[in-house]
Design a protein around this ligand. Structure first.
Ligand SMILES: Cc1ncc(COP(=O)(O)O)c(C=O)c1O
Length: 388
């Protein structure tokens, strides 16, 4: 007998924030068969699926080189290690992001300088980037790079960012943990900047059944360095160590799972975009819905709205919970306010937009298998929660 749809205590269908089981209904059999194949051949470390997945990822986005790795944070770390990041150097990082963006910079004793974001896209404000470069100079730090984050799946303003980076000789490491599959003015994420890092954390648009990540790079010499860094700085032989590296390999099992998921990813991105459009239509008169600038396409890692000023977010969330609608806040505290990061500098005279967004944002359920009836129920619950 097929599984019945789970229901809550009030006999309503349960709404998942990210419904990974719905995808299993579609491709679970193929994924399980792929896992069994790996169990059969037993090459759990850098087995054939890893190289095949790297090839398919490169093909998917048009990158010249792809190196898979253990997670998205290591992907950032590998790129920064390849750049030889060191104390005295600074990297410009948006404050409104997940901790890993700044964390990878701090690993090397370098300084993340926090910059502000734009209220309508949640991504780096190019004017604040200029201010951050001036802040580095004032503090006697050498600004070497910028790490734009494609928050919630939307690419950052790369034309502006690349122009500023070029003028100041900064490298650009795109933190695309949330945006693999998105597009920026005819270019795929993975082909922009000097490096791109992504994550295959289960809840990401392309997620595995554990941790995973990848680095995308154009340069032939750099991919060789990254390959070496991924396995303890190995040289031509496994026990030949030519540099200090890390152990950051993607498991073969995860590569096998991701190969199956990649085969439906394009359709899933299309579904996410339809769902986002439906949300915008239903919610546009109630809240600030996310804006996608012309020529850009998001993968909607999150569907994040801004509540009207004065709305009590805690109360709205409690009412949504009571209605059986999960919601989440990404991110309640910008990084420059976090205990671990507040000692690092912020650009200019503070980061007012990041602070305001942290108080106003609310993320709603988003995954490619969200049906229209459930979305109607979510939108009606948002309306009731705001107006009650
Ligand atoms: C913006 C951003 N950067 C980096 C990461 C780190 O990825 P991972 O969890 O795979 O280490 C994440 C993951 O949530 C993220 O959202």
């Amino acid at each position: 007998m097929p599984d019945a749809t789970p229901t809550d205590l009030h006999s309503r269908p349960v709404i998942e924030f990210v419904d990974l089981q719905a995808q299993r209904v579609r491709i679970g059999g193929r994924i399980d068969a792929a896992i069994r194949r790996v169990l059969g051949h037993g090459r759990f470390i850098l087995g054939p699926e890893v190289a095949e997945f790297e090839r398919r990822l490169a093909e998917f986005c048009g990158a010249r080189h792809v190196l898979t790795c253990a997670n998205g944070t290591d992907a950032l770390g590998l790129a920064l290690m390849a750049k030889g990041l060191k104390p005295g150097q600074a990297v410009l990082v948006p404050s409104f992001t997940f901790a890993a963006s700044a964390e990878a910079v701090a690993w090397f004793g370098a300084t993340p300088i926090f910059v502000d974001v734009l209220a309508d896209t949640f991504n780096i404000d190019p004017r604040s980037l200029e201010a951050g470069i001036a802040t580095a100079r004032r503090l006697g730090l050498e600004a070497v790079g910028v790490m734009p984050v494609d928050l919630f799946g939307l690419p950052a303003d790369y034309d502006e960012i690349l122009a500023i980076a070029g003028a100041h000789r900064l490298w650009v490491l795109c933190d695309a943990a949330q945006s693999f599959g998105a597009r920026y003015r005819g270019r795929a994420v993975g082909t922009i900047g000097d490096f791109t890092a992504t994550s295959f954390f289960p809840a990401k648009p392309l997620g595995c059944y554990g941790d995973g990540g990848a680095v995308f790079v154009d340069d032939d010499a750099t991919i060789e360095v990254l390959r070496s860094l991924r396995v303890h700085g190995q040289g031509s032989d496994k026990y030949d160590n030519v540099r200090i590296g890390m152990n950051a390999r993607l498991d073969t099992l995860q590569a096998a799972i991701l190969l199956e998921k990649l085969s439906v990813f394009t359709e899933e991105i299309a579904a996410r975009n339809e769902i986002a459009a439906r949300y915008a239509e239903r919610l546009k008169n109630l809240v600030d819905v996310p804006r996608v600038p012309d020529g850009l396409a998001s993968v909607w890692a999150q569907y994040t709205v801004r509540l009207p000023r004065g709305a009590d977010r805690g109360r709205v969330m409690a009412r949504l919970t009571a209605a059986g609608v999960p919601s989440a806040v990404y991110y309640a505290k910008p990084l420059h306010r976090q205990p671990a990061y507040c000692r690092y500098p912020a650009a200019g005279n503070g980061l007012p937009v990041a602070e305001r967004l942290a108080a106003e944002v609310l993320s709603l359920p988003m995954h490619p298998y969200l049906d229209a009836a459930t979305q109607d129920r979510i939108a009606a619950s948002v309306e009731a929660a705001l107006l009650a």
